[in-house]
Design a protein around this ligand. Structure first.
Ligand code: ADP
Length: 498
């Protein structure tokens, strides 16, 4: 192959990937490698940072070798990553002082409770846009420093460095030259003031996190140093957290544009432009990206159980052999049998926030078959998405013109059609559903002067648009049924008062 290429590194929770893009924004090669999930205790999840680095650099080299690309042909590298996961390492040796604590890890829940007891909930929400939860980096940093009194002193002396996974990879790739992150990743640490764009002194103080630990925060398209391979310096110049990168890759550049990723859970982000909305429904406010001298904001909502409900049909109920079979069975569900399945396996998230809710199936009659249950389970992904979108529209007063979709379950046509029907809005599935990698590649391409933001809009091809075909009254009635079903699952595990 001749010509120039951009490589996006997509460092995810279960695997490291490198995606090779040509100048047209088309994918020319992908290399992927899984790595170990470490579960030292119930509720704890760790990764080995060295393994993350080795698998990531391994797939980067592999995608070049397998596609016969010379380092001189690579114009730029972009990085997108699992967010919030926390690493602390020694600046001199480059060795981590502890394993990476993964976003899913719940060990710091008691620290969050202490912070709530100190009355910090509103402060955190207003300053960082987040809720006080173990999900984010701040309490993980504190926990690591609390393990050994020597660590905090070393941190104060500037001997240690903290980073999310982007920062760790940049440090490794530049041989310790660059200790930096981008706005989108910084905004997930629960230490970053997204209003004034600086690390927040009060939160650092409360958590006893020395400022010396922290990376410099740069725009998402910026110079992050070089990775030198075979004597060639390749610039690293695009960085964004995975969900924000996907929003960018889906070209959601204007306020009101939103994308939804249908994976194990659903992640929905809506661009709110320069306006920072504080949600009244428990959604998160986050920085979408820093670009062209300014930052843009987004609202974020997630569904805990989405594709996971399809896995449940397959692995626990044995109703299907493969996730994609759900579509076949759902189309076989005949009659006016309206069954609802509420997959509140682990409580309900936004906008309900009820940890006592549990899953249930409603509306069963003698002629309900497995196909009705499968259909209802698929539809639950669409209903939950509508719940979040309604909350976003209520918070922002922005009207969605079309929902851009990606992720494994977006391949399901029946689900996408139902999504369009129940939202009453177009649902747009792009040809390249690797939105996360696309976003990172374009950020790098913009910084290296190869692409402009508008090129994404021009090069992005829609594979299929699902248009709403349901009557308003059907939509209203079906959604009422869903809301009734959700209501009946709420507070399920709370003991009856009498
Ligand atoms: P993740 O990145 O969270 O692992 P993926 O984007 O790879 O998720 O999507 C996988 C999820 O999507 C699984 O939970 C699976 O059950 C679901 N899924 C995949 N294909 C389909 C399909 N055709 N119909 C419905 N669900 C699907």
């Amino acid at each position: 192959m001749t010509g120039k290429y951009i490589i996006a590194l997509d460092q995810g929770t279960t695997s490291s990937r490198a995606v090779l893009f040509d100048m047209e924004g088309q994918i020319r090669g992908i290399a992927q490698q899984e790595f170990r999930q470490i579960y030292p205790n119930p509720g704890w999840v760790e990764h080995d940072p060295e393994e993350i680095w080795k698998t990531q650099v391994g797939v980067l080299i592999r995608v070049m070798v397998e596609n016969a690309i010379k380092p001189s042909q690579v114009a730029a590298i972009g990085i997108t990553n699992q967010r919030e996961t926390t690493v602390i390492w020694d600046r001199k040796t480059g060795r981590p002082v502890y394993n990476a604590i993964v976003w899913q890890d719940k060990r710091t829940a008691p620290i969050c409770e202490e912070l709530k007891a100190k009355g910090l909930t509103d402060y955190v929400k207003h300053t960082t846009g987040l809720v006080l939860d173990s999900y984010f980096s701040a309490t993980k940093v504190k926990w690591i420093l609390d393990q050994d009194s020597g660590l905090r002193n070393r941190a104060m002396n500037g001997e240690l460095a903290f980073g999310t996974i982007d920062t760790w990879l940049i440090w490794k790739m530049t041989g310790g030259q660059t200790h930096a992150t981008d706005y989108s990743n910084a905004s997930r640490t629960l230490l970053y003031d997204i209003v004034n764009l600086r690390w927040d002194a009060k939160l650092l103080d409360v958590l006893q996190i020395p400022h010396e630990l922290l990376p410099e925060v740069r725009p998402s398209a910026a110079a992050y140093g070089h990775w030198t391979f075979d004597g060639v310096d390749i610039p690293i110049c695009g960085v964004a957290g995975d969900q924000q990168a996907a929003l960018f890759g889906q070209a959601c550049f204007n306020p009101g544009m939103a994308k939804n990723t249908y994976g194990t859970g659903c992640f929905m982000l809506m661009n709110t432009g320069s306006h920072r909305h504080e949600s009244q429904h428990g959604l998160l406010t986050t920085i979408a990206w820093g670009l062209e001298g300014t930052v843009e904001y987004a609202l974020e909502g997630s569904v805990f159980i989405a594709g996971a409900a399809i896995q449940w049909l397959r692995d626990a109920m044995h109703l299907i052999d493969q996730a994609k079979d759900s579509e076949y069975f759902a189309t076989k569900a005949l009659g006016s049998n309206e069954v609802y399945m509420v997959p509140a396996f682990a409580g309900l998230g936004a906008p309900y926030w009820d940890m006592y809710a549990r899953g249930a199936i409603f509306g069963l009659t003698r002629d309900t078959g497995k196909e009705h249950v499968i259909k209802a389970t698929l539809e639950s992904l669409a209903y939950q998405t509508k719940d979040i979108l309604n909350a976003m529209q209520d918070d922002t007063r922005l009207k969605l013109s079309s929902l851009k979709v990606d992720g494994g379950a977006s391949a399901n046509n029946m689900l996408m059609q139902f999504q369009a029907d129940i939202l009453g809005t177009d649902v747009e599935r792009p040809e390249v559903v690797e939105s996360t990698a696309v976003g990172a590649a374009y950020l790098a391409g913009i910084q290296s002067g190869i692409w402009k933001k508008d090129d994404i809009i021009r090069k992005r091809k829609v594979q299929r648009t699902f248009k709403p075909a349901m009557s308003d009254s059907d939509r209203t009635n079906l959604y009422k049924g869903w809301q009734k079903a959700v209501k009946r699952t709420m507070q399920w595990t709370l003991e009856d008062k009498d």
